[in-house]
Design a protein around this ligand. Sequence first.
Ligand SMILES: [Zn+2]
Ligand SMILES: [Zn+2]
Length: 948
Amino acid sequence: MNDQHSAYDPNQIEKAIYEDWEKSGDFHDEPDDRIPYCIVIPPPNVTGALHVGHALNNTIQDVLIRFYRMRGFNTLWLPGTDHAGVATQSVVERRLWESEHKTRHDLGRDVLIERIWRWKDEYETRILSQLKRLGCSCDWKRTRFTMDEGLSRAVREVFINLFKENLIYRGKRLINWCCQHRTALSNDELVYEPAKGQYWYIRYPVKGDSSQSIIVATTRPETMLGDTAVAVHSTDDRYKHLHGKTVILPLLEREIPVITDDELANPKKGTGAVKVTPAHDPNDYECGKRNDLQFISILNDDGTLNENAGPYAGLDRYEARKRVVEDLATRNLLVKVEDHEYEIAHCYRCHDIIEPYLSDQWFVKMAPLVELARQSVMDDEVIFFPQSRSKQFLDWLDTTPDWCISRQIWWGHRIPIWYCTVCNPDIKINEKGDILAIPGDAEPLVPDSSSINASVSQCPKCGNSKTVQDPDVLDTWFSSQLWPMSTLGWPDKTADLQYYYPTNVLVTARDIIALWVARMVMVGKKYIGKKPFSHVYIHGTILDEHGNIMSKSRGNGFDPIKMVDGGSEEIEDYRHDPPEKRMEHYKAYGADALRYGVMSLAAIGQDIRLIISRQKRDDDSYDVEVLRFEEGRRFCNKIWQVAHGVILQQCKNVKPVRNTSSYLEDRWLHHILAHGIENMQQAYTEYRMASACDHFYHLFWDNFCSWYVEIVKPRLWEGPEESADYARFHLVEALIIFLKLIHPIMPFISEELWRKLKPLAAQAGLKDIESSLIRAPWPDAGQFKKDDDTAQITETARAIAATINNIRSEHDAIGEHVKLPEVIITSSSSISIDPLRPYIKGLERFVKTNKIRIESDMIRPEQSAAGVVGNIEIFIPLAGLIDFEAEKQRLAKKISQAQADLEKILKKLSNPSFIDKAPAEIIEKEKIMRAELESVIEKLNQNLELIE
Ligand SMILES: [Zn+2]
Ligand SMILES: [Zn+2]
């Protein structure tokens, strides 16, 4: 009989199955009297296509949704995308510059926004189709976008509400400014990186006495143009005589006071005197407020210097730095320069160096809100997996400043605030009608309603209708924080919101715990009075084999869909200068193999290293293989082969045999199924995806395929008929269970085999097989009887089989496929061997022997090989198997060869000059070889003794 069936080809089935699920409405539920299980997707940004990290994140969610769907919950996995303000606008602006050499100002607000909407439509479509290709069973009828009408209304509702509660305010603050993006950023959007810089020591002459001066040190010399004081410590004797005096700011010749500020000046650091630039440094800013200093901003929003910089106006900040240093040096005011390493903040999107920048921005007062989030975690309303991640959450709550929510870009939710241009004549508007600046003291007006078309068309004070809307948009996270509520219909009290909120679990990566997770908890508690989710599952990050984060721009990432469907792609590797291009070819692994590969590595709290091999072809392109996906593909193929070759072929005339089987292996199968169902259920429930893969692999491959299927084959072929009936029934019954258990991870192959198996399952009288597998009920472990005695006997039988196969492989003279004339199993205790009798027939075939004899208390026959399992001995008589004379000679030759090799190594190891000079790992290698050879010689001698 031939077990081989045509290999599994995922491309033949996956797309058709997905379409069927979609058509049948299998992803959609409406509120009813079942228990809900809901996940809202972390909305992918519409900046580009999905990467391998998304494949991990979304597969986990799909596994959970499919598992709970099968368990009878009313499930909703709500999909959608995020407009990702700064990120998306900058991608589109970059494209605009590359292709048309235009800036956003050439296009104007409306045209740019229209372009970004087109970009969004294109990428949203692409992202959603990628999710479908991965098998994600999202409820596409409920797909949302952070800027669609309903979600925009939720944003307005919260903004207006917080504004009316005085929890949103506008103020002049020193904020983080990205000169590339020309917008404010919140603290959470910065990345700190070490930088090599300098300390410049500059001399400020004292007014009226050019013989005296104060020396200050700075890492940013150009900011001296905005200095409004020099601060010293009140107890610093070096400067006591200068208290109350003034110094002349070099280059601009401006007179500035010497002040005492014990918080800013540290007598032990540098010269003890510091320059104070309140408009360009956070510490100086506080000092400026304490001492009522002038705030002089010297920067334009694009990083060039403004009119306050005198002769340096118009220069870029780095050019200005060079010129300032040169000019100081020529005037002999530069005392010295020291190298200095420090941490510097960069924009998390464009990596430009962030400038502290004084401007009018909108802020959310955080103190009252963080308390709500803290309580939720402290009271275990929201539980983190792994638990340790809750610390990151709480730490952020403790330290977060007020949240700067205004962004000086166009793509996003425009701030729902209007100003009267008559009451505020300082509002600057250019000829195009663009608002250039809103003075800090302009009075904000909010609309009465949160409807997205509502505006303030008339000034309540002067009755004029000349009002303008604030030009800024809100931080992306302002809308993302509402995602679990707004996608379900809030602020309306919809049936969905009442039924599905709070959701069950948020599956996300650790880098947005503060940016996103904490804020969702805050607003959920504030506006609904309930947490947004019960669990937060923080999964690891996907890394390459060297531990680097994967991304296409680094040249070590890949498009997950290319791995599913196969194909080729040109990769640009930016790690090289100039960037290297290479062509890569991918084979089609199919979605199931990729899902299994990624899930088999997803252990709680751990990053995931993917080993990728790139083999160069003759034409300098590369074949790319991912080891884990390869394993997934191999596993799919095994499932496919066993299902077809053994079960679908051999069990065509399966019959319903209801009563309990008297066959040992059948009872054992039920025993492992009962445990298997429990283990899988527990692993899925506890987010242990890698364990679920391990359990299933062991259950299906090691236990079912490598043992049960092999042991029952004689019953299928030779009968008796009743025995074959039971075997067929159990094979079909077990496969039904296996398909259910693995469906959440490998949905396609399981659904396809389920369809093929259904007629046989019906013939066997099995229940709950009517629907598609996606809607089939999760198996009940209680339907199978656990039987520890049977498990014990089976373990012994398997150990005996393994021992026999070991002996065979140690005696290469026997030959791999030669049938052993006889195997004897014996023990002094008949209790040990009698229960094995039912396994004899299966075992005989399994270990390839004509006969297994069970004897009590037998002595080892002459010229036989032997093995031991517990108190059982196994003898394999070798007469007739081996030509003893020839084997003696062969063994003797091998022994002398091995001994010669050993001699050489021993000589090396006793040579002092080798031991002294050779690297440690070479010596270690020799020692390992020595041990190996010694054990080989021992084995060979034993075998020789045996036949002498
Ligand atoms: Zn930037
Ligand atoms: Zn007015």
